[in-house]
Design a protein around this ligand. Sequence first.
Ligand SMILES: Nc1nc2c(c(=O)[nH]1)N[C@H]1C(S)=C(S)[C@@H](COP(=O)(O)O)O[C@H]1N2
Ligand SMILES: [Mo]
Length: 492
Amino acid sequence: MLAVLAALAAGHLVAGVLNPNASPFYAVGNTAIDLTPAPLKDFAVRNFGTNDKLVLLGGMAVVLVLFGAAAGLVSRRRPLPGVALAAALGVVGIVAVLTRPDTDFVDVLAPVASLLVGATVFLWLHNLASRTTEVSEQGMNRRQFMYTSAGVAVGVGVAGVGGQLLADNVDIEGSRSAVGDLVPATRAPAIPAGADFPQLGTPRFITSNRDFYRIDTLLNVPRLRAEDYVLRIHGAVDREVMLRFEDIRRMRLVEQTITMTCVSNEVGGPYVSTSNFIGVPLKDVLAEAGVKPGAEQLFSTSVDGWTCGTPVADVLDRGLLAIGMNGEPLPAEHGFPARMVVPGLYGFVSATKWVVDMEFNKFADKQSYWLKRNWGQKAPIKTQSRIDVPAGLSTVKPGKITVAGIAWAQPRGVAKVEVRADQGEWVTARLATEVNTSTWRMWQVDIELGPGVHTVECRATDKAGYTQTDQRVAPIPDGATGWHSTTFTVQN
Ligand SMILES: Nc1nc2c(c(=O)[nH]1)N[C@H]1C(S)=C(S)[C@@H](COP(=O)(O)O)O[C@H]1N2
Ligand SMILES: [Mo]
């Protein structure tokens, strides 16, 4: 077990120096994520939500340690099984690192270090351990074995933490601060006081960068520095264009308040957040390239090889190449140095983070990451609403009860929200001040309810006149529908 941990730590340390993405643990984990069959992926997303990564990493650690223990037990006499396991795991790491899109050939040194350290530490400890079974000097040898093992354990900790510190230092934060303040030519209008009422327990209108929901297929954040960044635009365009970060930054920057939503959000779920995005309208970015009339899809690729297909009409109408969020350069986990944002489309068909390649083609030409896994090709955001207070299963004081929440229907806008208690009459909620039609809208309503258990439901109507259906459908393939409901108790 110690040899397995030593192997992982050694690989993590070498990767910290070379390229954090080459850490065998991450490379194997990220490969496993990409190879996971769609049904298992759906299961993980449904049951673990954004904790699915923690579950995967923890599961991998447990499996590796169990492998190590098993190999150790069958290596009692001869070290061969243990060495074979170290070699086999090493080879898995090497293959994973070599096949990741964000690693170079030299990065293979990280899993090679894992292999060598794993095999060496195992042979070393095995040697010491087998000597403890000789009758003479048993006490001394046992002690030596224990001390060496403890030393290895400490070394594992130091190497693992050291590797992580080095990785964190691949100056993403340095690169972010070097970008400095982003000053848009046009600022988003200030959020009016009446746009939110967080004192009731609903979200603040602008989500802080820290609280903004995060969805991607990666265990570790890609460490792409602004100074190394190049965006290639090609395919059905008049001329191929390469843009560096500075080129983008020098274009006319705009700031827009946009609510993003994830397609995997269940009715009532948390994957919806709002930010002041700073960036360049994609139509300006693409003007130099000149998108050919026949192009249907903007097929974008991130530095980690994730892909996304966005209808060209939406891209040119309101797409943004974002480089900032709430006044700062994009946080690393939200796509630094640059990402796409297209209001009104779920993130998986529009919001490529760490975007480095934009190819224009037809939908039939190339299939994106989630399309290959049975999610939809086109996925406009569905009109939705959510009750935030009273909290589910809470107990509230009798009398007038305030029911409040949020609704969204980007880019159409929310026209009305209604609430009903215990399947009674619908009552219309008071809508908070609208910021723009591509953002969420808070709402609240006071209702009278007697003591006991009650269930309230909500439904929104958008400005195109569509009222949310009560038909519950699952998020896959193109977004959940149905009314959110909350059950709570009113005190006597
Ligand atoms: N490179 C990359 N970009 C990505 C994804 C991803 O897995 N990889 N996930 C998408 C999905 S499904 C969503 S909902 C949004 C989420 O963006 P956020 O994490 O900044 O909230 O990013 C999109 N962009
Ligand atoms: Mo998503």
